[in-house]
Write a protein that binds this ligand. Sequence first.
Ligand code: C5P
Length: 402
Amino acid sequence: MPKLAGCHILLGVTGGIAAYKSPDLVRRLRDAGAEVRVALTAAAMEFVRPLTFQAVSGNPVHHDLLDPNAEAAMGHIELARWADHILVAPASADFMARLTHGFADDLLATLCLASDAPITLAPAMNRLMWANPATRANRATLAERGVRFIGPGEGDQACGETGAGRMSEPSDIVAALAGSGDDRLAGQRILITAGPTREAIDPVRYLSNRSTGAMGFAIAAAAAARGGEVTVVAGPCPAATPAGVTRIDVETAVEMHEAVIARAGDSDLFIAAAAVADYRAAEAAPEKLKKRDDEGGLTLTLVRNPDILREVAALRSRRPFVVGFAAETERLAEHARDKRRRKGADLIAANWVGRPDSGFESERNALEVFWEDGHTSLASAPKRELADALMELITEQYHAKR
Ligand code: C5P
């Protein structure tokens, strides 16, 4: 991924309402030191005029494959060679489909085909179009070929719906492009669990724990920064979803289990950072439980929840590289090593709980990490930094094992 100063960025703009943000993106790319040339599709020009892009980029705008005048100024092959990086933002569903199939029927598609520069897409479309199996398959194919995706994010859409499909904000796109310069997880599908689970006792009460999801989402951000395609299956928690990360909200361990098992076989890496409740009520009462008038207690019968980590680690075919966590109050190394073996994980990250500066609800944490033939300590640090150090280690071990 380019450091942006002096970098030649060819910005493709396709037809979608998010194109109104693209001139701002050009400005921000230039602020970061990049030189920008813009190629518009015919549909993009319905949304934003070429003159706008010419003014903000300081360069002539390209939109016609067969215009002899434009070809005389800078031919499409020359333009394809000029680009150090091709960024398409917004990338419509139609454009993704055409790129997947190698179309060369307009200037932008031809440039993508005629260039060996890395391609990044910032998709924007209606949530159902994004979720459609055709778009998902195109995305997977493109990612396999090394095309990088930034977003889309979730939220209100111009069509009045709410969901995944919003183009990432220009500032997030620039930050992701400038990135860490690390794309060792590009095209790798990374599935992460985060947060607590909530197990209903009756319609108003539940069993849960103090997990905030901070560590899981910090790991998600660190994985996305390395180019990974990250999906987080999250229990109820306040952690924000990092740019470019897909979030699937669940409530119970059984729902989390179902969401993970449905995706695990299509994942390259599975990181179980959720604090999954080990037990749930054998039967959640359909009505609110009433307090009895006598002084007697109440007995709840609990049953075991599925162990998601263990199940993914035991997959026989298409098993991802598996990372688990362990929270320990004593004999940490011994228990963590034993847990890694019992659960069948490739790597386990253990932290002390019940001590200052570690574990749930703490801003900081420290980890002891164990794998088959190694161990390392990650010193106490804010969770974002620690997540980055852990992701570094996971990336190394993942590539070593592959
Ligand atoms: O067995 P224990 O709960 O200590 O294991 C912790 C690890 O196992 C964590 O990575 C956690 O996300 C995962 N886990 C799970 N499903 C469960 C319980 C724990 O995936 N039901």
